[in-house]
Every structure is written in structure tokens, then in C-alpha cells.
Design a binder for this molecule. Structure first.
Ligand code: UDP
Length: 319
């Protein structure tokens, strides 16, 4: 197949690109590299099945040739990033989703939308099933991401109903693994970076808020399985193992073997208090459940950061 992956040079997009390349498909990665990194896909550059197009999908998209799938992952996804890029975030999930849907329709391709657990906002029910409509503050700082993704889901469903476009929607819960940018501000990358530097680990608020962390290859497996199933309503993909942020800080500090202290910083506005996916649907539909244990996944991620930092040190020395 020939597959377009928008945001394919980003953290999750690049792992999906690897998987699609490994399966023998032709992959077109489209990315404007605002939060993505070409180095995440550079290892494919000499493969004739791989193409990279530097483009912002909020603008009209022109692709020569056939496409079997349009997979829309392009968007800033870390709270720090989307607070710095609020208009870009709103545009890529509204205009960008519209453009990619139109492209899929014109090519007769199938369409896959990366949505988010953020559509549930600060949830009032726990865990969150797909039937929950969410508790989102539209005008709060996170609204630029949450509301844009809610719009993206709405327009994807509209294309499905109005144009019979074959669509998929996933709601991705917190995801971590190699290639998560060290400076992207998310909790796993922050804590690992801080622990590796023996600097204080910054827990926001009292650290009693919860998240559930899935390893990136588990998520990619869920995506691949869902592509094969005829189901158009949103599906949660996340790890049903809940941890407080304070627990995560202790785990990462211990795994790194750091002597860092754990310090408290103010809780960001509208920070969800609890988040946990109900994955009953993914289990029933695609027989999917995350298989990577948190400790093992964090160890692999820490090792990746160590190697990345060693590579950077060598490059800096040789300059
Ligand atoms: N967090 C934290 N310290 C950090 C970064 C994040 O305590 O250095 C907290 C943040 O307030 C939130 C949780 O960790 O409660 C997860 O934050 P992240 O930005 O990774 O993603 P979110 O789930 O909020 O989108």
C-alpha cells in the first residue's frame, strides 16, 4: 500500500512510519518539523519506498499518485508545545483535518485520525469509556488542543456519514518511549532528563494527579490492528494501569539511580486530576491490550536518552 502519514517525523508518527516501512508499504511522511524531527525518519531516506515532504497540512495538500491510507497525526501534542503554538494547534486539527479528509476522499483512500484522551478534559467519570462526552473547558489554555481534537473527531464523523469515507478514530492516552523530545515538557521526558542530570524532579501540584502510560510500540500495534477492522467510532488506546505523578517520579529516579530531590511546582491550569482509559472496546474489537511493562518500557526509554546524550556529546566535541 501507499500510505501518507502526516506528522510522520514526530514521536508517535515516526514509530508508525518504521512499522509501515517494515511491513513493506510505501510511506509518504509529511511534516513541517515544528515539533517533529527529520532525524526520527532519516534512516529511511535511501529507501525508494520512502518519501519525505516538508509541508504544513493546514495549507492545501497536493500529492501526486495514488494513496491507500491517509493517517493524520500532525499536531503539537505536549501541553508545553500547544501552549506555545495555540493557533497552529487549532489550525492543524481543524484546517489540517479538513485538508487531509478532502485528500483521502479525492484519492479514494481510507482515513485514520489520531485523537486524544484530552477530549475527556478533566473527566468526571473514571475510568473513561468512549461513550463519555468529556468535561472540557473550551476557553482554558488547554482548550486549543482539546477543542481542536473534538472538532477533528466531529468532521471525521461528518465525512464518514456524508461522503461514506472509510474512517478510523483513536483516542490516545499518555504515551512514552524513545524519540520523545527531551525538551517537550511532558512528564516522562522531564523526569528522565532531570534524573539523568541529577537535577530536582519537578512534580506539579501535590503529584496526586494520575495518568496511565503506554509504550509507543504498544500503541502502534493497536493502530495497525484497527486499520484492519471496519469500525468508525472512536477507540481508546491506553494502558489501564494508573500511577500518580509522584509515584512516577520515584520510579524514574530509582531506575536512573539519581540522587535528585523531588520538588513541588505549581499545578498548571486545568490539569486533569485523573485519567485512565477503559480499554474494554479495544480488547473486544481488536483483541488489544498493552504488553510492555512500565518498568521495562521506562528502562528502554532511559537507555535511549543516555545514548542520544552520548551521541550529542560526541558531535559537540567534534565541532
Ligand atoms: N507534570 C509534572 N511535572 C513535569 C511535567 C508534568 O508533575 O515536569 C505533570 C502534569 O502536571 C500532569 C502530568 O504530569 O499532571 C502529565 O503531564 P504531561 O504534560 O506529560 O501530559 P498530560 O497528561 O497533562 O497531557
Amino acid at each position: 500500500m501507499r500510505i501518507l502519514i502526516t506528522g510522520g517525523a514526530g514521536f508517535i508518527g515516526s514509530h508508525l512510519t518504521d512499522r509501515m516501512m517494515a511491513e513493506g508499504h510505501r510511506v509518504v511522511v509529511m511534516d513541517n518539523l515544528v515539533t517533529g524531527n527529520y532525524q526520527n525518519v532519516a534512516h529511511h531516506k535511501d529507501n525508494p519506498r520512502f518519501e519525505f515532504i516538508h509541508h504544513n497540512v493546514s495549507n492545501h495538500i497536493h500529492i501526486v499518485g495514488e494513496l491507500d491510507w491517509v493517517i493524520h497525526f500532525a499536531s503539537p501534542a505536549s501541553p508545553v508545545d500547544y501552549l506555545l503554538l495555540p493557533i497552529e494547534t487549532l489550525k492543524v486539527n481543524s484546517l489540517g483535518t479538513h485538508n487531509t479528509l478532502g485528500l483521502a476522499l479525492s484519492k479514494g483512500a481510507r482515513y485514520f485520525l489520531a485523537s486524544t484522551s484530552e477530549v475527556y478534559g478533566d473527566p468526571e467519570i473514571h475510568p473513561q469509556p468512549e461513550t463519555y462526552w468529556g468535561n472540557v473547558n473550551p476557553i482554558g489554555p488547554r482548550g486549543v488542543y482539546d477543542e481542536a481534537k473534538r472538532f477533528a473527531e466531529a468532521i471525521t464523523m461528518a465525512y464518514h456519514h456524508k461522503h461514506a469515507l472509510d474512517t478510523r478514530i483513536i483516542r490516545i492516552f499518555n504515551c512514552y518511549g524513545p524519540r520523545l523530545r527531551l525538551d517537550d515538557g511532558r512528564v516522562v521526558s522531564n523526569f528522565i532528563g532531570q534524573a539523568l542530570a541529577n537535577a530536582p524532579l519537578t512534580v506539579y501540584g501535590e503529584g496526586q494527579q494520575t495518568r496511565s502510560f503506554q509504550y509507543v510500540t504498544d500503541l502502534v500495534e493497536g493502530i495497525v490492528r484497527l486499520m484492519d477492522v471496519d469500525h468508525h467510532l472512536p477507540v481508546n488506546l491506553g494502558n489501564p494501569q494508573e500511577k500518580t505523578v509522584l509515584e512516577l517520579a520515584t520510579i524514574i529516579k530509582d531506575l536512573v539511580g539519581a540522587s535528585s530531590e523531588i520538588i513541588k511546582k505549581p499545578l498548571p491550569v486545568d490539569d486533569p486530576r485523573r485519567r485512565l482509559p477503559d480499554t474494554t472496546k479495544a480488547k473486544a474489537l481488536i483483541n488489544w491490550a498493552p504488553s510492555k511493562n512500565l518498568i521495562e518500557g521506562l528502562q528502554e526509554t532511559i537507555e535511549w536518552y543516555r545514548q542520544a546524550q552520548a551521541r550529542e556529546a560526541v558531535t559537540a566535541k567534534s565541532k
